[in-house]
Write a protein that binds this ligand. Structure first.
Ligand code: NOJ
Ligand code: CA
Length: 543
């Protein structure tokens, strides 16, 4: 395929406003997402824990991230990977105790890392003391904190659980209760003031222990249509997010007052932040959750859900920059998390998937705003095949196996090339999810010794991002010519272009400066141009 010449100029280029300075840390932070159960097992029971994570903090400083977000660490019924919380102001004994969490926060602070926790306000566990009291007595104050409906033949409305099946289940005495996720996750009734008061207590409990903020689960939920009316349409897991078809369950206007209140609490604690999980199809709506008096950030999942296509990526980047720019919030870019197939696999798997994941990493870390890196993506881990009998995810069970579920992106981290990949100490119990056969090949120990590894690419990119104000902060213009996407990033008068070749042939990219970093091994440059292979990206600093 002949090489084509690509220039930075394009009719699609749009200027972006520069961000304000001095900037708070979170506007351009790189946040590393730790799936606690699978990160590092300190005590040998086969389950990742706080002690294991603490011991691995130096790895995160070596890598060069700014903060970590820990998936739920609370005592949990275990029905949904910790997102069914029994006690919001405690630590699950599987992970340690509150003193361990305090020690983690202190160690992290010494190393220059901030710690964000996950908070789950839309629902509790069915084992939470409130729900138990509500089951025991329909007239109890606790019963008012959930959504119950009197016994009847049919559920109160047509709402569906995101994990499959109806969103209503019966209590032993025949009442209905609402759960937009698993039946073990009853939805809270945020119209009861006791609910809001208790969560404020929870926020302060952890902020007083030095955490730097929270990732807020299902932040577009909490309130439901007051009349519990039928939804106009069905939920589809293939959409970018929820839209008008699910208007009665999500995105009720009252929820924004909760975020205003939570913001005001965070404002009492310097340098803390909230990032919301807002799975709405319309990014304009998502951005409203991070207006100046609400959460600091709300995730932009557009790239996480985009196929490997320059058109889709250009649209995703542009839409996010526009939507969040309008509310003066940074975009929080996400390419992977514990709910989606690993990006190497999403982008085609094997060598092609890995090459694309490397290129995507350069794009992620160039874009202005905050970047979220899911543990293991820096190793290029593929989606693991988890045998059905080992699966834990309720999505697999509630869809009767029709949906594979999320276990394949949640298997333990490979630290070394031994059979147990160094996840647990020697002689430990079996890991909670089986270690895939190919895992030792991707181990941290191997990749640290290989200068061309995915891990070194991330590390180099993070170091350059810290050095160059054009990367991660500042302003960006997006352009696309055919299969080539260019993001031109400018900060403090310097410009770096991130050019991504998403097509199938090598392209020539005109370069008036230095190649800072390339995702492919060979990116020859001569006569003012670089030859960019397919499925690769380059950072070009302009002189
Ligand atoms: C979003 C979380 O990321 C996911 O893992 C969880 O299953 C649901 N919220 C329900 O809490
Ligand atoms: Ca353990």
């Amino acid at each position: 395929m002949p090489a084509r010449l690509v220039t930075a100029r394009s009719a699609m280029e749009q200027p972006r406003p520069a961000s304000q300075s001095p900037s708070p840390w979170w506007r351009s932070a790189v946040v590393y997402q730790v799936y606690l159960r699978s990160f590092a097992d300190g005590n040998g029971d086969g389950i990742g824990d706080l002690t294991g994570l603490r011991a691995r903090l130096p790895y995160l400083t070596w890598l060069g991230v700014d903060a970590l977000w820990i998936n739920p660490h609370y005592p949990s019924g275990g029905a949904d990977g910790g997102y069914d919380v029994i006690d919001y102001r405690a630590v699950d004994p599987d992970y340690g105790d509150v003193a361990d969490l305090e020690a983690l926060v202190a160690d992290a602070r010494r190393l220059g890392l901030r710690v964000l926790l996950d908070v789950v306000p839309n629902h509790t566990s069915d084992q939470h003391p409130w729900f138990r009291a509500a089951l025991a007595d329909p007239d109890s104050p606790e019963a008012m904190r959930y959504h119950f409906a009197p016994p009847s033949e049919e559920p109160p409305n047509n709402w569906q659980s995101l994990f499959g099946g109806p969103a209503w289940s019966r209590t032993p005495d025949g009442r209905w209760y609402l759960h937009l996720f698993a039946p073990e996750q009853p939805d809270l009734n945020w119209r009861d003031p006791a609910v809001a008061a208790d969560f404020e207590k929870t926020l302060r409990f952890w902020l007083d222990r030095g955490v730097s903020g929270f990732r807020v689960d299902v932040a577009y939920g909490l309130f439901k249509d007051a009349g519990l009316r039928d939804n106009p349409g069905a939920y589809s897991p293939t959409l970018f997010g929820h839209g008008p078809e699910q208007a009665m369950t999500w995105n009720q206007p009252e929820v924004h007052d909760v975020w205003r209140r939570w913001r005001s609490i965070c404002d009492e604690y310097p340098d803390t932040m909230l990032v919301g999980e807002v799975c709405l199809a319309d990014l304009e709506q998502v951005a409203l959750y991070s207006r100046p008096d609400e959460m600091h950030q709300s995730f932009s999942f557009r790239l996480l859900k985009s196929p490997w296509s320059a058109e889709a990526f250009a649209d995703g980047v542009r839409t996010a920059l526009d939507a969040f720019g309008r509310v003066q919030a940074p975009v929080s870019w996400v390419l992977g998390n514990h709910d989606k197939d690993r990006l190497v696999t999403r982008f085609g798997g094997g060598a092609v998937g890995a090459a694309r994941a490397r290129a995507a990493a350069l794009l992620l870390l160039a874009l202005p705003g905050s970047a979220y890196v899911y543990a293991g993506d820096e190793l290029g881990l593929p989606q693991a095949e988890v045998p059905d009998e080992a699966k834990r995810d309720p999505i697999f069970f509630r869809s009767a196996g029709a949906r594979a579920g999320r276990d394949g992106c949640r298997v333990p981290m490979p630290w070394n090339a031994s059979a147990g990949v160094g996840f647990s100490p020697r002689g430990a119990a079996e890991p909670w999810l089986p270690i895939p056969a190919g895992w030792p090949r991707s181990a941290v120990s191997r990749q640290t010794r290989d200068g061309g590894s995915m891990l070194h690419l991330y590390r180099r990119a993070l170091a350059l991002r810290a050095e160059h104000p054009a990367l991660g902060s500042g302003a960006a213009t997006v352009s696309r010519r055919g299969d080539v996407l260019t993001v031109r990033c400018t900060g403090e008068g310097r410009t770096v272009r991130c050019v991504v070749n998403m097509g199938s042939g090598t392209v020539l990219v005109r370069s008036r400066g230095t190649v800072l970093l390339a995702s492919a091994e060979h990116v020859p440059s001569s006569g003012g141009s670089v030859a960019l292979p397919p499925d690769s990206a380059v950072w070009l600093a302009e002189d």
